[in-house]
Design a protein around this ligand. Structure first.
Ligand code: AKG
Length: 287
């Protein structure tokens, strides 16, 4: 539950920093599972590098190596992340902010900014990556350690969510807002403690600073939407999308004929699922 002051603040500044959503024990488990997940992925040789492409780096940034390591669909890697996703305390707060009882998963991901060379994120609106008809999408940004400007905390333009979708200055499939109008140097840093959660709508202009510290900066991001919202462009479909996290989905058909996928749709879905779990050559080798 949110207080009316929290709701007012969220509406006015476009973000809220939340305390005690997860207990210390839950954060300990989260950090253990997070590190184990990245270790498994590294051992397997998975492709993790996710620094944004496109024409957003300054000349100075282009000269230096920079990196972001990313894993998506966390709830398929460990049940710890599934439990965090469905936590009633989190979803009750979000329901107040989103003004809906019914909350659905859009997608989840984790970013590590490695020490010394953790890339910054250019200022952007998440809207450009997965536009929705009713603009209910909300980001839940969970900090796995204390963050500040030095190790790559979030940078935001408070109130920018009220501007609605802004012109896209992105390139190569990556999106960002006008770097002159929304320079990261004029943004507001959100310093946070381990376990604190920042929530913000997908129209808030945000980015994050580079990590120039000696420690990795780890985070988890959930993107959630109201059950009656829907994407206006099918540009970001991920496994588990549409899973109900709170409330009910009035629009979900219960027709028995729709209980399984059939034909080409079923083959495509099974193929996507197996590629998602294991590279196909490995599956065949094991047989
Ligand atoms: O990891 C970060 O610091 C920022 C991530 C972000 O803004 C995004 O993925 O949209």
């Amino acid at each position: 539950m949110c207080t009316s002051e929290q709701i007012q603040l969220y509406k006015q500044q476009g973000f809220l920093l939340l305390d005690s959503v997860f207990s210390d024990e839950e954060m300990d488990e989260c950090c253990r599972e997070y590190d184990a997940m990245f270790e498994r992925a590294t051992k397997r040789g998975d492709r993790l590098e996710a620094t944004w492409k496109g024409n957003w780096k300054t000349d100075e940034e282009r000269k230096k190596p920079s990196s972001i390591l990313s894993i998506h669909n966390l709830q398929f890697h460990s049940a710890t992340f599934t439990r965090m996703l469905v936590k009633p305390k989190l979803n009750d707060i979000l329901a107040d902010l989103m003004e809906t009882d019914n909350i659905q998963l859009h997608h989840t991901k984790a970013h590590i900014k490695p020490p010394k060379q953790g890339s910054r994120f250019p200022m952007h609106q998440d809207y450009q990556y997965f536009p929705h008809a009713k603009h209910t999408m909300i980001a839940v940004f969970i900090h796995l350690e204390d963050v500040n400007i030095e190790n790559g905390c979030l940078a935001v333009y408070p109130g920018s969510h009220k501007l609605g979708p802004l012109p896209d200055h992105g390139s190569e499939g990556y999106h960002f807002v006008d770097p002159e109008k929304f320079a990261i140097d004029n943004a507001t840093p959100i310093e946070a403690k381990r376990g604190q959660v920042v929530v913000f709508p997908y129209t808030l202009v945000h980015g994050s600073y580079p990590n120039v510290s000696d420690i990795p900066r780890r985070m988890i991001l959930f993107q959630l939407r109201a059950a009656d919202d829907y994407s206006t462009k099918e540009i970001h479909i991920s496994p588990g999308q549409g899973l109900m996290l709170r409330g009910a989905n009035d629009g979900m058909e219960a027709n028995l004929d729709l209980r399984h996928l059939h034909g080409d749709e079923a083959v495509a879905s099974a193929k996507a699922a197996s590629e998602f779990n294991e590279p196909p050559e490995k599956i065949f080798k094991d047989k």
